[in-house]
Structure formats: C-alpha cells, structure tokens
Ligand binder design. Structure first.
Ligand SMILES: NC(=O)c1ccc[n+]([C@@H]2O[C@H](COP(=O)([O-])OP(=O)(O)OC[C@H]3O[C@@H](n4cnc5c(N)ncnc54)[C@H](O)[C@@H]3O)[C@@H](O)[C@H]2O)c1
Length: 239
C-alpha cells in the first residue's frame, strides 16, 4: 500500500479494529493520531505504537460530546499540521441486545450520538483542510447490520444504515475535490479467527483482516474508490 507522507486520525483506536488500523497505518509510515474515550487502554496502545517505532499521538476524546470533540480537534491540529486520512471507527454495539420494544430511548440516543453524530462531527472538523488541499480519504465504519438489519439490534442497525447513507451522500459532494469517502462494513470480527455460523467461510474475521481493507481504502492505491460501502464479512450467511 502506498502512503506519501500522510497523517491520519483514528477514532476509537485504543482497542479492536481501530487499534489494528493504527498499527497497520503506522507500519506504512503514516503518522497516526489515535482518539479514544478510554484513557488507560489508549495510553497502552499509544505506548505500544511508539515502542514499535511508529509516529503516534493519543488524545482522550468522547466523540458523543461536542465540547470534548472541539478540544480534541484543537489538540489534533497542535500535533499535526494536516490530516490526510480520517477513520471514523468509534462505535458501540454490544450493549442493549434485545427486542426493540424492550429497549430504552436513552440508550438509542447515546448510540446515535456516538455512532452517527460522532462520525458527522469529526468529519465536519477535519474536512475543510482536506477540501482546501484537494486530498483526503475518509473511511467510516458501517456494519452488515446497517445493510441487512440485525434482529435484536434494531437501534444499532439504524445507526449503521445512517453511517452508510452519510458516506454515499457526502462522497458525491467531495469527490470533485479529490476527497474520497467510503464505508467499511464488517461482519463478525474479533480476536483471532474462531468459528462462526454467520458466514459461509465458517469463521470470524480478525481485527487485522478488517484493518487491511480499511487501510487500503485510506491509501493512495484506492484513488478511484469513493461513495461505496465495502463489506468484510467472509460471505455473510444470515443475520
Ligand atoms: N467487531 C465487529 O464484529 C463489528 C461488526 C460490525 C461493525 N463494527 C464496527 O466497527 C467499529 C469498531 O468495532 P470494534 O469491534 O473494534 O469495537 P470495540 O468495542 O472493540 O472498540 C471500539 C473502540 O471505540 C471506543 N469508543 C467507544 N465509545 C467511544 C466514544 N464515545 N468516544 C471515543 N471512543 C469511543 C472504545 O473505547 C473502543 O476502544 C465500531 O464502529 C463497530 O460498530 C464492528
């Protein structure tokens, strides 16, 4: 993958897919600013990135909170003078797995603030510089739930459908400025590649398998990819 002196912001990068993305970008010489709400995990990831010899910065930030995001945007531009790549990865999905009629509106609102408004607000903060420089790659984390709709995850599915639509619509406005916007929708991704009934490949995907697709879309190789949602799901079987 080609990256020409690029800098990247990865939200929710302390753990899981975001962490794997930060390592993959770091390994390709990209200077990475990692944001997360969990300070302890974030510090650990930052130290590990630096120990691996990668150029990394960490900023504690709650993407659901506009004041926290404003502070983080200021801190980002204190660390790096431009952002070429934005990976909107921060998201919550594991809680509140139940029938829609049993769910609590406060929980949906929190999820919309993180998964949807967090993505929109961070994009709104980073995009002007990209438009000005006529260069940018934005990759938003969708989900197969946002494509097919997951049972017992109705509110989560709705947020990820919104992220995918946001991606497709925004890409049309920014492509003339060479700012390319894509979504990556994982299936079942976890530590290792254990068995899964949800894909014809019969297993989970690893964080690294997901991160490689995200990083390809963020790279100079993906110069004609925009406005699409790319699934990484081992050939999804059922929801
Ligand atoms: N793992 C999967 O199977 C899967 C499937 C489909 C979609 N996704 C999406 O991929 C993304 C990453 O998933 P993951 O499996 O790595 O999740 P994860 O829970 O392992 O990691 C998410 C990270 O985001 C951070 N985060 C959560 N809320 C935040 C907030 N308000 N502000 C800043 N950071 C916050 C967490 O602290 C954590 O470090 C999410 O958007 C998720 O919805 C994951």
């Amino acid at each position: 993958m080609r990256f020409d002196h690029r800098t990247a912001v990865v939200t929710g990068g302390a753990k899981g897919i975001g962490r794997a993305v930060a390592f993959e970008l770091g390994a390709h010489g990209v200077e990475v600013v990692v944001l997360d709400v969990e300070k302890e995990a974030l510090d650990k990831t930052g130290e590990e990135l630096k120990a691996a010899g990668y150029r990394a910065h960490t900023i504690v930030c709650d993407v659901a909170d506009r004041e926290s995001m404003d502070r983080a945007l200021n801190e980002i531009f204190a660390c790096v003078d431009k952002v070429d790549i934005l990976i909107n990865n921060a998201g919550i999905y594991r809680d509140n797995v139940m029938k829609f009629w049993l769910t609590d509106p406060d929980t949906w609102e929190r999820r919309w603030r993180i998964n949807v408004f967090g993505t929109m607000y961070m994009t709104r903060g980073i995009l002007p510089g990209m438009l000005e420089r006529r260069y940018g790659h934005i990759v938003n984390l969708g989900s197969v739930a946002g494509v097919y709709g997951n049972w017992d995850m109705v509110d989560y599915s709705a947020t990820k459908g919104a992220v995918i639509s946001f991606t497709k619509a925004l890409a049309k406005e920014t492509a003339p400025y060479n700012v390319l916007v894509t979504a990556v929708s994982p299936g079942s991704i976890g530590e290792g590649t254990g068995p899964s009934e949800l894909s014809f490949s019969g297993r989970h995907g690893s964080f690294e398998e997901c991160a490689e697709l995200i990083c390809f879309l963020a790279s100079d190789n993906a110069s004609y990819c925009s406005g699409q949602n790319y699934q990484v799901d081992g050939c999804r079987k059922r929801m």
